[in-house]
Write a protein of this length. Structure first.
Length: 348
């Protein structure tokens, strides 16, 4: 029993799950109906459903960010790519003679994703071919991307009236929010592709030691192109969802600071910024922690001016609990438990 407890405490998911549980308890105390889920018109409604729906774009981007960070990189341009994706989709729908047609929406979304993939290839080119540091390479697009989105929208907020497009952000399918279903499908696909094939191991090897991976025959350049392109793809999907949720493309605010939330979700989930081993399950928990934090701000009644301070405090606590010093102390605790368990077994 002691050995089992030691393994649980030593898991990278332990402290993020504990923090998520604490946030749930705080919300439950402040709002007794926090866990209640109702069905209206065949759709699920409730605080938990809202957390899943509103946190879907962050989770989608965090999935792509996890793979990028696993290669010892980072992508600061995802917010700008999301803004460009939403702007392109709305511009195409507005320029169509039939904006309410599902075919029009499909074309708009596909074009937005295609442009975003090109931007991802650009990031991959800067990092893999030119050897520019990832934080600098993606900072270029982060800065210029908002300007590109502004050019597409001509500095205005493009409002669309297209029910099929709105459904991507605020619609329901089989009782669940469409955004949650999209996030779940993308998360499952990424998990299967990286954990049921050798791809995940190759990504980790590039993050641990790129030169050794290259000498072992791993095509690190192709992998870098792949992860940055996939991250841009995730940002495009998230941008479409964010834009569809408000039925408007706002180049200044769509995806604003979402890159920071995605990075925090990855770090909270236990993935190291130094590259190497990563955890998609941890990223999922981290994204839930980030979104639950936002919900807790409104539930508890924290003043808006203190929102960022509260969010930073919770994230800091989780990071301290995951620090090497804390892990070392917990390691000593686990060893003592193991010794006691061994002595107990010998005595019996």
């Amino acid at each position: 029993m002691s050995a089992l407890l030691a393994r649980i405490v030593g898991s990278r998911l332990f402290w993020p799950i504990v923090m998520l549980f604490v946030l749930f308890v705080v919300n439950l105390i402040a709002f007794p109906g926090f866990f209640s889920i109702t069905i209206k018109d065949g759709h699920l409604f409730g605080s938990l459903i809202d957390i899943l729906r509103n946190g879907a774009p962050t989770l989608i981007i965090a999935v792509g960010m996890t793979l990028v960070i696993a290669t010892r990189g980072i992508d600061l341009s995802v917010g700008a790519v999301a803004a460009i994706s939403g702007a392109v989709a709305c511009a195409i729908i507005l320029g169509s003679p039939n904006p309410g047609s599902p075919a029009t929406v499909a074309v708009a979304v596909l074009v937005a994703i295609g442009i975003s993939l090109v931007l991802g290839v650009w990031n991959g080119f800067l990092v893999a071919v030119l050897g520019i540091q990832p934080i600098i390479a993606t900072l270029i697009l982060m800065t210029a991307g908002r300007g590109v989105a502004m050019l597409i929208t001509e500095g205005q907020i493009l409002t669309v009236n297209s029910p099929p497009f709105k459904m991507l952000g605020s619609g329901f399918w089989l009782g669940l929010p469409v955004a949650v279903i999209i996030a779940a499908v993308l998360f499952a696909a990424a998990a299967l592709l990286t954990r049921r094939t050798a791809l995940g191991m190759l990504i980790e090897s590039v993050g641990i030691n790129p030169e050794a991976s290259r000498q072992a025959g791993v095509r690190a350049r192709g992998l870098l192109f792949g992860v940055y392109t996939f991250c841009a793809f995730c940002a495009a999907i998230a941008g479409v969802i964010l834009t569809a949720n408000t039925a408007a493309a706002d180049a200044n605010n769509t995806g604003l600071f979402i890159e920071l939330d995605a990075i925090l979700a990855v770090v909270i989930g236990g993935t190291s910024l130094a590259g190497g081993r990563y955890s998609l399950a941890g990223t999922l928990v981290g994204a839930l922690v980030i979104q639950t934090l936002v919900t807790t701000v409104y539930t508890v009644g924290i003043p808006p001016i203190a929102t960022m301070v509260f969010k930073a405090a919770v994230v800091t606590i989780v990071c301290i609990l995951q620090s090497p010093r804390t892990n070392q102390a917990l390691g000593s605790f686990r060893r003592s438990l193991a010794v006691r368990a061994g002595k107990g077994a010998a005595a019996s």
